[in-house]
Design a protein around this ligand. Structure first.
Ligand code: FE2
Ligand code: FE2
Length: 209
């Protein structure tokens, strides 16, 4: 097993979310679904924007158009359940975890750093953290919510693997892995520092770190 991998061949998380996170988010399922619906919209938009910026990279058009469609389909599924349970989609600002991660990654990039590697690895890390959260919810949530996360988790696993392997294909493992090892540590810090709340990427801090 390589240093960046876990036992499933996915990116190893350097900080694991505790089961008390599930209790925290299940206290407000409508808020969680609202946030989650926005995560899916953001993922669809990010896949399209990456494709528009790098259309000629091998396999990118095919893979990322499929990802964008899949994420938008997830949005419809999550939104339908939100609506069914009596909630409405709110308008939300940017995702604090995603913004925090992007900012921390930019700040840590040296002059020799490769923005394309960083973009792909950040996408892979976000999918990987989301997968961890979906799997916790799949195990612990009951009823329709539990069904939702059991349905969505396999596709999140596919996305986490897709972005890391795209990065390895495009730039080579020798260049990508050392940066991935750095970003794994950084992601763990950003995730841990998120504020409490019923959100897919929430943490345990009382207020913004
Ligand atoms: Fe998704
Ligand atoms: Fe995804």
């Amino acid at each position: 097993m390589a240093a960046w991998e876990d036992e499933r061949g996915l990116i190893a998380l350097r900080w694991r979310t505790g089961a008390d996170w599930v209790d925290l988010v299940l206290a407000d399922p409508l808020e969680l679904l609202d946030d989650h619906a926005h995560c899916e919209l953001g993922a669809a938009a990010a896949a399209q924007s990456f494709l528009a910026r790098h259309p000629s990279i091998n396999r990118v058009a095919e893979k990322l158009s499929a990802t964008a469609i899949e994420e938008l389909r997830h949005f419809r599924t999550v939104h339908a359940l939100l609506h069914e349970l009596g909630g409405t989609l709110s308008s939300r600002g940017p995702n604090a975890y995603v913004e925090g991660l992007q900012a921390a990654v930019r700040a840590s990039r040296t002059a020799e750093g490769d923005p394309l590697v960083d973009r792909l690895l950040v996408a892979a890390l976000i999918e990987r953290r989301s997968l961890e959260r979906f799997e916790l919810l799949a195990r612990r949530a009951g009823g329709r919510l539990g069904d939702l996360y059991r349905e969505l988790a396999p596709s999140e696993l596919g996305h986490a693997a897709l972005f890391v392997h795209l990065c390895f294909e495009i730039r080579g493992e020798a260049l990508a892995v050392p940066r991935l090892l750095e970003l794994q540590e950084l992601e763990a810090r950003v995730a841990r520092e998120q504020t409490r709340g019923a959100r897919i990427h929430s943490g345990f801090a009382e207020r913004a770190a």
